[in-house]
Design a protein around this ligand. Sequence first.
Ligand code: GDG
Length: 482
Amino acid sequence: MSSKQKSEHDFVVVASRLPVDRIEDADGRTTWRTSPGGLVTALEPVMRETGGVWIGWSGDAGPAPGAFEADGLHLIGLGLSDTEVTHFYEGFCNATLWPLYHDVIAPPQFHRRWWEAYVTVNRRFAQATAEQAAPGATVWVHDYQLQLVPRMLRELRDDVRIGFFNHIPFPGYEIFAQLPWRRQVVEGLLGADLLGFQRRADATNFGRACRRAVGLTTRGSTVRVPEPGGHREIQAAAFPISIDAKGLEEMARRDDVRKRSWQIREALEEPGLVLLGVDRLDYTKGILHRLRAYGELLADGRLGPRVVLVQVASPSRERVEAYQTLRDEVEVMVGRINGQYGEVGYSPVHYLHQSYPREEMAALYLAGDVMLVTPLRDGMNLVAKEYVASRFDEGGTLVLSEFTGAADELAGAFLVNPHDIEGLKDTIVRAARTGPAEARRRMRAMRRRVREHDVARWAADFLDTLRRVPAGDQPDAEREIS
Ligand code: GDG
């Protein structure tokens, strides 16, 4: 145990990013504003109840902000140097693991110096966590940026209970096996007591990686990890993440938000049909496939006159090359479609490369007739769930890629394989032509699902399971796993 250990917090959240944004005021002083993401909403009550702490990076290169409070939450900001931002964050996280874990949609790059930075930064997170956790504390580590933290932390503090949740897919073994450091990554994760994934298929893929990369035995969701003189049994299972459905519905019902949604439709000047896409500008989201299908539908005239596609593509990872290339490709295609099918006073694509306040997002969701969520691969896709939660009017239809985690849950969606452009076109047409009674039936079923399985339930399910898994070493004699 580290001599610097402060042993303060019974609950520690460890995520690559802090749940706050840095704001410089006019006098150059730094203040912090909590960013209202789903994860914070879900974990805030637990954090407050337990006096928990959140450890993460502020998002800027430079010295560590250290311990501070924002809106009553205890936060510890860790620092990354310029080189670490390049090698760890933009490199190993966003140009190695992200494409690899999304079925190599873009080619992953493998560089030893990026891996070294990944190890260094993960160790920094593990050490900071070991210093903050009270004896027997519960630690919840998040996502692919921190896969080595569970084991590093266990080596420093074998008294804490460690959960890990992977927000992105865990790939099939043939793909995962490309990673030169596959064994270290699996062993890093196996330091946890409970590993959570979005879909059962991800947990199954992880089990296979344990068998193939490390030679372990698994049974169902249990992985048996040998330890000197005994073994540990770890659970790897699906915990599909969700959203603050109630909060979002309340926002969508607000007068100002509804008014804004009418204004949006008005600004589109009597559209025949409004299709909507909302994504980070990322190659996993299938934006090019969507645009291609839409362009062909305009050529065929199958969607009728004055159809518009509103496509929000919020800026993301702009210093990573694959993202710059994607932006160019998307913008060329948007320009081509508008050039070919637009008229004075009519643009078939409204492309918005901007970030919007949450209220504007809710208004957009209300203004869309057909929501297009067409990722080539996506751990869950919260946008699909947000659309459904916002539609208190039970209007609108959802076209949803089979390759999202959300497709396992949202049975009322029109499921589609985005690689199949003909199929995508037919599905968009079907979703657009659905009669109001059928659309309402589908929307109701999806809304029920999202309301009953919201982000608070997700967090409670994970933390309850983590509390129940047997922690620590077990003697070898008890039972055999085949
Ligand atoms: C990862 C996994 C998994 C987008 N533009 C704006 C904005 N957004 C918000 C959306 C939504 C979130 O960002 C995006 O969440 P997604 O789930 O769709 O996708 P990723 O960012 O790739 O998230 C994913 C998720 O983690 C959670 O586990 O579902 O599979 O890839 O909430 O609304 N929000 C605002 N302005 C924007 O312009 N305010």
